[in-house]
Design a protein around this ligand. Sequence first.
Ligand code: UGA
Length: 441
Amino acid sequence: MSNDKREAIGVIGTGYVGLCTAVGFAELGSEAWCVDIDAEKIAGLQRGEVPIHEPGLAEAIERNRERLHFSTDLAEALEHTRLLFVAVGTPPTYSGDADLSAVHSVVAAMPPSDHHALVMKSTVPVGTGEAIERIFAEQGKDGFSYVSCPEFLKEGTALADFLDPDRVVIGDDGGWAGDAVADLYRPLLSAEHGGKGRSELVRTDVASAEMVKLAANAFLATKISFINEIANVCEETGADVIEVARGMGLDQRIGPKFLQPGIGFGGSCFPKDVSALKQLAGNSGYHFQLLGAVIEVNELQKRRVIGKLEKHLGSLVGKHVALLGVAFKPNTDDMREASSLVLAARLQAAGSTVTAYDPIAEEVAAEMMPGVEFASDALGAVSGADAVVLVTEWDEFAALDLAELAKAMTGDVLIDGRNLFDPKAAAAAGLRYEGVGRASR
Ligand code: UGA
């Protein structure tokens, strides 16, 4: 793709979203000036070291080295670009609200300007854009433009998602900046919007764009909690949730995606955003009952594994339980809100010894899981175990020889938290198998 005419961008925050935004637009031909307050991270990126595990990202950074600039200094980004994408963290506070301190530091650092815009990629509560515009006005920076442009990429497929989104949502109050952001995305948009991609363009106001992001994540989380509850009822009634999800998902109004039951959703987004939306509603005087249930179902789902283990092993005191996978989902080393954290802590509290193996998350996980012994492969982790729990559905676990696994264990219980294995193959290997929402008999 020719790059001469592509607009350069600034990116503030070099986490998942910031890096993928910079690299994604660099792939489309833009220069990207990336800024982060973490000097060590910036020094690493300048040396070509990628701070997160994300398929294809390191290669894409290497490919676009000339177009990517990393600095702790905002001045260069301000000098070379008009559009400053903000991708800083908005973690939950103790009250469940989003912590906007990093966003506000960015706002405070902006100089007065009538030719720059903040383009908000971080997930923020509805009303944040309005509040920032008010702050700009108070500080005599009313020339600074503001655009909401939420990001919908998923970890593990982040760059691919960035470059092939279902939709691009741009919220603004008119003016040059919204159009400039739309132009940047043009190659990814469908012909109807002047591009060659397949993405739909949604141009709307700032508050609605902010709400699209929160509502989309909350809806997907609701879908997961819903299918988890259906799975739990299937276990009681003898139905098979995989058949049920297939039968439901073929209804185009429902769709097959995000109907995989498991041991609860984790990650940096769903738990935080569901709670942030619930809190936002509550702060505005509306009690969002459904989201309370979505969160509660998710917490209970992580703990159901304990009940299944007790059903087979009786008391867990002195038992050895092995966890296969600890990351919150495959293809990432992200441990934020991973179900494995709750599971390991519950098992240890119940008196069990816990061993674990994860293809890449060990380094991040080990610190967060004190007392858990990590092995260098799956068979090492299950060696001598009374029970094995499949926590994260990494491809390499699907390829495991279950007979070998059974031989390495002392006991014979396999709890499959992601319905990865074939129950018949597990039974043939001599294992007592329990999936999620499917017959174990
Ligand atoms: C999620 C959204 O899918 C993205 O669209 C959004 O941009 C992102 O949050 C964000 O707000 O930044 P992510 O957290 O990376 O992306 O991962 P998902 O693939 O959505 O998985 C989240 C959790 O749900 C995982 O623990 C996964 O195991 C679980 N899950 C997912 C299920 O239990 N069942 C499913 O059917 C799908």
